[in-house]
Design a protein around this ligand. Sequence first.
Ligand SMILES: Nc1ncnc2c1ncn2[C@@H]1O[C@H](COP(=O)(O)OP(=O)(O)OP(=O)(O)O)[C@@H](O)[C@H]1O
Ligand SMILES: [Mg+2]
Length: 319
Amino acid sequence: MENAIEAINLTKYYDALLAVDHINFEVKKGEIFGFLGPNGAGKTTTIRMLTSLTKLGEGTARIFGHDIQSETIVAKKYMGIVPEISNIYDDLSAWDNLMFTGELYQVGKTEREKRAKELLEMFGLHGRRKEKTKGFSKGMKRRLTISMGLINNPQLLFLDEPTSGLDVQSALIIKDVVRELNQRGVTIFLTTHNIEEASVTCDRVAIINKGKIAAIDTPERLKKIIQGVQSLEVAFDEVSPRIMKELEKIPFVNEVRKEGDKFRLYTHDPSSALSNLWEYARSNNLKPTSLNTLGPSLEDVFVRLTEINVKTNRRKFNE
Ligand SMILES: Nc1ncnc2c1ncn2[C@@H]1O[C@H](COP(=O)(O)OP(=O)(O)OP(=O)(O)O)[C@@H](O)[C@H]1O
Ligand SMILES: [Mg+2]
């Protein structure tokens, strides 16, 4: 199958800071590929290199087989870009913003007017097309930014944190559109720091932290790896240093961390740990004031994946 993106040893330095550290990955044509990582992981920098908005420090990137550095113009024809920070002109209407972007991408007048109408309808903005975007809500602005990224009918769409900071309703509209575009054959590369979003939206996910890729796999397989990092979060009506020591001894609890006035109990088996926790609380006359079961946080996932990598390397080293 043809690859929409090939990144080979992709690297970016900002002075001494290694923002993207020799990463390798492929995105297949037709895929929804997610880049999942915390703040500062190198997600935006990767997108900026792939879309030629910043120079590559080292390595190569190809878009549908075209080198982004030596065949920039051809490579850019394939792509639409939706940046993390909006590129809307506040003093222009939604319609004029789309016309302006269309011109930038050298989309002919008739074509860009037809596209703009379709996109405004698709994103529920057609009724507001003549208003200055100054008065648009955050969700409306995000939808317009995405429309602008689609004006040239791209085969590959880059979306940098498309749903972050949006309410559930706006995020759903965007997720639906992403899926619809993908069904029409558009390859999607999106970044997010939300595990749930990555796992429901993407065919494959790369987990990136501190400029390095820790794993690339399907959400299901990644979930299996991280199933061991579930936890219970509990607070009691009494705070005493002895509690921490005692919680560590509860069967099925692997590790305990104090987080503010709460304790976080890591476990492979939340239901068994929970019944033992109740038993402990009852026999010690402690009243839980709050209790939650939590899936793995992004931080947990990294710790777990890094542990696995260390173990694998150690094994390789000893062999
Ligand atoms: N123009 C720049 N000059 C200097 N350092 C930069 C620049 N852009 C990014 N960085 C640094 O590179 C690292 C990666 O940043 P990047 O914006 O790619 O992260 P990110 O994964 O997109 O984070 P976020 O989730 O916060 O958007 C960070 O340490 C950041 O401070
Ligand atoms: Mg970013």
